[in-house]
Design a protein around this ligand. Structure first.
Ligand code: C5P
Length: 231
């Protein structure tokens, strides 16, 4: 199973199909809100029918009952990973899991991971805008422990927090890390970034890579280069 999840941050089915047609092997992809809001959930079926593994990144965050109902419907799509915001609290995360179990109806239950602090959030923004005092890593580890207590499979975090999460939650608790940049890339809107090599060193289970691959002149070569670094 590949360690690199490619973020399909495109706005049309045509762009997605053109991009995926470049690959002659199944890869792991992330379908997020940009693509889902442009194409609807039908895009999940399109990508699944092409043989790829899917992390459906819709970051649910609402009252527990609504999240449970949402996840129940998402479970029917046959994706591999779904997610919700840890900021929704333990009861909401438990409800997310319950929804997935109910919706899977005996089929494979999608994994559910919690978004901790977005990799675009700086310490200053977390302290001054979100009103969460202290260091980002402390908030992220607290969120990860909550996610574990709720029975989730892991978290989305930055590479810089992965080792502390493994230490607090155990090695089987998944860490999925966006904010990945090659040494030659621009950082864009991300704040807590790191290279694939550093992600491997920190014990990240999966890295999520968007623009470094999708905007590359040769996406397949860049994907293979990154995947080799993660092996
Ligand atoms: O282009 P880039 O590699 O920055 O894309 C990162 C992807 O990971 C985006 O789809 C973004 O929504 C997602 N993501 C993130 N930080 C999180 C959770 C998800 O950047 N904490």
């Amino acid at each position: 199973m590949s360690k690199t999840i490619v973020a399909l941050d495109f706005s049309s089915k045509e762009e997605v199909v053109n991009f995926l047609n470049k690959f002659d092997q199944p890869i792991y992809v992330k379908i997020g809100m940009e693509l889902t809001y442009a194409c609807g959930l039908d895009i999940v079926k399109t990508v699944k029918d092409m043989g790829h593994n899917i992390f459906l990144d819709l970051k649910l965050h609402d009252i527990p009952n609504t999240v449970k109902g949402g996840m129940k419907n998402l479970a029917k799509l046959g994706v591999n990973i779904t997610n919700c915001h840890a900021a929704g609290g333990v009861a909401m995360m438990k409800a997310a899991k319950e929804g997935l179990v109910a919706g899977a109806q005996g089929e494979d239950i999608p994994m559910c991971i919690a978004v901790t602090q977005l990799t675009s959030t700086s310490k200053e923004a977390m302290n001054d805008e979100l009103g969460i005092p202290g260091e980002v890593i402390d908030s992220v580890v607290k969120y990860a422990l909550n996610a574990k207590a709720a029975g989730l499979d892991g978290v989305v975090c930055s590479v810089h927090e992965a080792a502390a999460i493994k230490e607090a939650c155990g090695k089987d608790f998944l860490t999925v890390t966006p904010g990945i940049r090659l040494a030659t890339d621009s950082v864009d809107d991300q704040k807590r970034v790191a290279t694939p090599a550093y992600a491997k060193e920190q014990g990240c289970d999966y890295i999520v890579v968007g623009r470094s691959i999708t905007k590359s002149e040769d996406p397949v070569a860049t994907y293979n280069f990154i995947e080799d670094m993660m092996k």
